[in-house]
Design a protein around this ligand. Structure first.
Ligand SMILES: Nc1ncnc2c1ncn2[C@@H]1O[C@H](COP(=O)(O)OP(=O)(O)OP(=O)(O)O)[C@@H](O)[C@H]1O
Ligand SMILES: [Mg+2]
Length: 444
């Protein structure tokens, strides 16, 4: 049952409101003055407070502030007479949800209360979503114990509470976006937006209007005024992915925003302020781009106030077993499967594979192996990784025949048992393939 606390010194108002709300199925709590109101609020934290702005013992504004101190998102509706409008405006500025003028209009009262509960509902949902994101992007979900990753964790911890710009560098799939989100969701601004812009995916003019917004008529398709991501991000984070691909023209504009913390919309004349934090990421070597003259050195230094370098998987092989364990759990949960066993020689193979696409490639390989698995074991033949040389290196004393057998089986698996295709890939004749299938007793 929803509860309402009515704080009003007028007994008649208390009586009529009690009868109104009881009929509507609310639990009604009553207080005659500010201090009783505060006491009742603390005892039961009602869902909503109807607060008279003029109270015998204290100013309604003071009561409002005190309630808000107890609970930041307390929902308070002010009841007011015309002659205390100034205080009422002040109250709304201090966080009152709405104000209603006495004598109360009950239809308006019910509508306002409905609106307040809807708003409360949305706020609860938002809090839930933010908490979920925070859980998803805790540092615990970034796997690794290698010295390089420990360094990364230290940096995330030290920058999360600051507003400094950050540059994340690392090969494709090393977790740049994951780290950017971990910083955002562990910062005091985690309820503000985290906005991703991929600077390489769109044309220069589109990117400019994406970043800064545009005014109606700025270009042919600009039918409405639109807000840019700098504005939408509020006090949150703007994640500029693939920053190395941004044009020199936009680089100067970006540099200006970072320096002045304001900008103008495309075609606009009004100055718009921004408080967003910038996290930029790239898999390119920006220093080389600077030497080539395609990236501004001053922008580079503005962005890399703090620089986070993410190691490739090859540089942190020791983290692979832990990562594999974590990814298997994650994928099995997503796919509702139960393929968790990994034979030691398969783990060795995974540790020695080059993984040019890093964690993302490893995750894709494991996803495929889980989908293709018949039992609860990750099988070597279901992993899309090179055999031959790698295998020889990872497994000692393997005969040529053994490799041939496995490789033919692998090719048969990838062609789903299509012999014509298999013989073409292996560049042997169909009869030779048939002979080998019989000899090695292969599955088709
Ligand atoms: N250390 C890690 N622990 C757990 N998962 C990780 C780790 N690093 C990356 N991942 C996972 O790998 C995938 C790729 O990560 P992400 O998208 O952050 O990489 P990226 O560096 O932005 O890649 P790209 O350069 O291709 O955009 C994601 O699913 C991410 O959750
Ligand atoms: Mg990325």
């Amino acid at each position: 049952m929803k509860s309402i606390l009515i704080i009003d010194d007028d007994p008649l108002i208390r009586k009529t409101l009690t009868s109104h709300f009881s009929k509507e199925g609310f639990e009604v709590l009553l207080a005659e003055d500010g201090s009783e109101g505060l006491q009742k609020y603390e005892e039961s934290f009602p869902d909503l407070v109807l607060l008279d702005i003029r109270l015998p013992d204290m100013d309604g504004l003071e009561a409002l502030r005190k309630i808000k101190e107890r609970k930041k998102n307390a929902c308070i509706i002010i009841m007011t007479a015309y002659d205390d409008m100034k205080t009422t405006v002040e109250a709304v500025k201090s966080g009152a949800f709405e104000y209603l003028v006495k004598p109360l209009d009950y239809v308006e009262l019910d509508l306002t209360i409905d609106k307040a509960f809807q708003m409360r509902n949305l706020e609860d949902k938002l809090s839930y979503l933010v908490e979920e994101k925070q859980k998803e992007y805790t540092i615990d979900n970034i796997i690794g114990h290698s010295p390089q990753m420990r360094e990364v964790f230290k940096l995330i911890g030290s920058v999360a509470d600051t507003r400094t710009n950050i540059l994340i560098q690392g090969e494709s799939g090393t977790g740049k976006e994951l780290v950017a989100k971990a910083i955002h969701y562990n910062s005091p601004y985690s309820r503000e937006p985290f906005i991703v812009i991929n600077c390489s995916a769109i044309t220069d003019t589109l990117l400019e209007s994406e970043l800064f917004g545009h005014v109606k008529g700025a270009f042919t398709d600009a039918v409405y005024d639109t807000k840019g991501k700098f504005e939408i991000a509020g006090k949150g984070t703007l994640f500029l992915d693939e920053i190395g691909d941004i044009s020199v023209n936009l680089q100067s504009k970006l540099l200006r925003v970072i320096e002045t913390k304001d900008f103008m919309k495309v075609g606009g004349e009004k100055i718009v302020k921004t408080e967003a934090r910038i996290i930029a990421a790239t898999n390119q070597n920006l220093k080389l781009l600077i030497e080539k003259g395609t990236f501004r050195e001053d922008l580079y230094y503005r962005l890399k106030v703090v620089e986070i370098k993410l190691p490739s998987l090859q540089e942190r092989k020791e983290d692979i077993p832990e990562l594999v364990g974590y990814l298997l759990e994650k994928i099995n949960r997503q796919l509702r499967k139960n393929v968790r066993k990994i034979p030691p020689h398969v783990m060795k193979l995974l540790m020695n594979f080059p993984w040019n696409g890093n964690v993302r490639e490893l995750e894709n390989a494991l996803t495929r192996a889980i989908i293709l698995a018949k039992g609860d074991v990750i099988l070597e033949e279901n992993l899309p990784i090179e055999r031959g040389e790698k295998k020889l290196l990872s497994k000692e004393h393997v005969s040529l025949k053994e490799i041939e057998k496995k490789y033919i089986q692998h090719t048969l698996n990838t062609t789903k048992g299509n012999k014509t295709q298999t013989s073409q890939i292996l560049q042997i004749s169909r009869p030779t393939l048939d002979k080998k299938i019989r000899e090695y007793k292969l599955d088709i």
